[in-house]
Design a protein around this ligand. Structure first.
Ligand code: 5GP
Ligand code: MG
Length: 177
């Protein structure tokens, strides 16, 4: 861990809360009455998922998958591994995948490919943060919180070397103080 690294706020907790409410409104319009299977991608989405589902006032089920691609580096290794897969039936379900941030798109594509093989009735993606400038492979995103700049972000679930997940705001890390 670089001791000189200093997080600077990019999106405040108030901005995040307003964005989560806006996303929940859009999701409610599309999913109320469908009892979706909401699948969070761990670990980064855990806080976003917790805040988002508490704004969804209709029946749904929660699942998690855990994939790993970064290790301790800031760049995607491109090698994605499933650490924990879905443990409930996906066939015929309306699936909503919750992702913290989309960078290259490789992790999400990997997760979507493996979920599609399980034959869901439908599959959509909600991400809190999207860095479109970094996209290496196209991925469909149905609900986007923020279009983020090409910076390494931490906080609100996002880590750097497992640190900073507990910051209430979304921050970027200054390379040099
Ligand atoms: P991708 O496969 O799209 O390159 O990266 C997806 C995953 O890498 C995200 O779900 C997240 O876990 C991690 N990631 C991508 N960009 C960032 C970032 O700016 N900050 C942090 N902390 N993680 C990121
Ligand atoms: Mg993630």
């Amino acid at each position: 861990m670089n001791e000189a690294a200093k997080p600077t706020v990019l999106y405040t907790r108030e901005q995040i809360q307003a964005t989560v409410k806006r996303l929940a409104g859009e999701i409610t319009c599309d999913y109320a009455g469908k009892k979706p299977l909401v699948i969070g991608i761990l670990k980064g989405s855990f806080i976003f998922m917790a805040d988002l589902v508490r704004e969804l006032d209709f029946p749904l089920e929660i699942e998690f998958v855990r994939v790993s691609s970064y290790g301790r580096a800031r760049q995607s290794s491109g090698k994605i591994t499933v650490v924990q897969g879905v443990r409930t039936a996906v066939k015929g379900r309306h699936v909503l995948v919750i992702e913290d941030i989309i960078d290259s798109g490789l992790s999400l594509r990997f997760v979507l490919d493996s979920l599609r093989r399980k034959k869901p009735a439908s599959i959509k993606v909600c991400c809190l943060l999207d860095k479109p400038a970094r996209r290496a492979v196209p991925v469909p995103v149905n609900y986007t919180g923020f279009e983020a700049p090409d910076r390494f972000l931490v906080g609100y679930g996002l880590d750097w070397g497992e640190q900073y997940r507990n910051l209430p705001d979304i921050c970027y890390i200054e390379d040099k103080p």
